[in-house]
Design a protein around this ligand. Structure first.
Ligand code: AMP
Ligand code: MG
Length: 407
């Protein structure tokens, strides 16, 4: 049997990274930067006012108070967006709005709240030290600064920073294009009536969701019966020229394990046992003239789900030019559980405030408890018992983001 790491390495050897792509800012949310973003402008771009008020020379309002206001003539208005270059003469004030450029000679702002609001002449009731209520050019970001590093996940804040830095397009990791094929005579589409012996094809829906949540594109997702000829011809020439094909089902030791039957004869796909639970039967290789990488996942839904996290996700990351390794986090077990000897076990767990506990049923066919899980606990092959209080390594589940909703 292969170890998990050996099998993952064999899969990664099948793929190389796709070229990065350039997208407009509006399409960049959720993507991963493939190149540093360098500020094209200073932020702020020019000295400007942080308040609606009056631009002054600090010396002209020194000692001003309600009891003894400084009274100055007002030499016009400066609104945000005013592109003229104003000069403030000594002894005068200019009415200025938030974000408007500071006139040359001014060194402080007195907020409108500390004035009588005068337009021709203003009474200012507050002294303002040099620099008061000013936003200085480049105090946030300087032109040429790297504002975002390659590898950054682009959320709203990152997109805003790129926009403010006057960068209109971003170089991002490509979205690998994935075709998904579920196999099995027993499968019917969700929503149809089931005859005795039939089940709903949940894997193709699950895998499409996982692929999408992992930042890749689903090229097509469908189902085939256990029909060797149909499968062979489809896999030889997969429509849409995907970067990766995923199949589920038909790879174990049964008589109608068609994926294995069809692909074993190609000589380009290997079927192996991996020392893990769930997910022991695995297969991978390349198919068709384009030698498209293919990963054949087991049919049991939980095996397929776990295999996606352990094997497919690193491959998608490698295709996208990212570090294939998915970082694990740590927590503690709040209750014990036992684990099979000699195989790495991926236990579906629920992370709570005090640590993790296994989610309900752990059978590889049990989806009921899968939907409750937040992480996979990675239990090494030589560990047979997790005790309450033990440290546990956790793989986050793809697409689990607590900010998106609450169960
Ligand atoms: P197989 O690997 O084809 O022998 O399938 C193993 C188990 O997974 C069987 O109980 C199948 O009915 C089930 N299974 C296979 N494919 C799917 C699917 N697409 N959705 C849900 N269950 C499946
Ligand atoms: Mg089957």
């Amino acid at each position: 049997m292969r170890t998990v790491d050996e099998h993952r390495a064999a899969l990664l050897a099948l793929v190389s990274s796709l070229p990065s792509v350039t997208v407009p800012l509006a399409e960049s949310l959720g993507r991963v930067l493939a190149a540093d973003v360098v500020a094209a402008v200073d932020l702020p771009g020019f000295d400007n006012s942080a308040m609606d008020g009056y631009a002054v020379r600090s010396a002209d309002v020194s000692g001003a108070s309600s009891a003894s206001p400084a009274v100055l003539d007002v030499d016009g208005d400066i609104a945000a967006g005013d592109t003229r270059r104003h000069v403030l003469r000594p002894g005068l004030a200019m009415r200025i709005m938030t974000g408007a450029p500071l006139p040359e000679g001014a060194d402080a702002i007195v907020p409108v709240e500390a004035s009588d609001g005068g337009v021709a002449r203003v009474s200012l009731t507050l002294a303002a030290e040099v620099g008061r209520h000013l936003r200085l050019q480049g105090e946030d970001v300087k032109v040429g600064d790297v504002v975002l590093r390659a590898g950054t996940h682009l959320g709203p804040g990152q997109v805003a920073l790129a926009a403010a830095s006057n960068v209109a397009e971003l170089t991002v990791a490509p979205r690998p294009r994935v075709s998904i094929l579920s196999t099995g005579d027993e499968l019917v589409l969700p929503g149809q009536s089931l005859e005795h012996g039939q089940i709903v094809d949940s894997n193709s829906v699950m895998l499409a969701a996982l692929v999408t949540a992992a930042g890749a594109d689903v090229m097509g997702s469908g189902h085939l019966n256990d029909d060797a000829d149909a499968m062979a011809s489809l896999l030889q020439d997969m429509p849409g020229q995907p970067d990766l094909i995923l199949t589920t089902g038909g790879v174990s030791m049964g008589a109608y394990d068609t994926v294995k039957e069809v692909l074993s004869t190609t000589g380009t796909v290997e079927f192996v046992k991996v020392a893990m639970r769930p997910g022991m039967p695995q297969g991978a290789g390349v198919v068709g003239e384009r030698r498209t990488p293919i990963i054949t996942l087991p049919g049991n839904p939980v095996s397929s789900f776990v295999s996606f996290h352990v094997f497919v996700l690193p491959v998608l990351r490698a295709l996208a030019g990212l570090d294939p390794e998915v970082p694990t986090t740590q927590s503690v077990a709040t209750q014990g559980w036992s684990s099979i000897e000699g195989r790495a076990e991926f236990t579906r767990v629920v992370l709570g405030p005090d640590g993790v506990r296994p989610s309900g049923g752990q059978g590889s066919h049990m989806l009921g408890a899968l939907a409750e899980a937040t992480h996979l606990a990675v239990v090494a092959a030589d560990v047979t018992q997790i005790r309450a209080g033990d440290a546990v390594h956790l793989l986050p589940l793809v697409g689990q983001d607590s900010s998106r909703g609450h169960r």
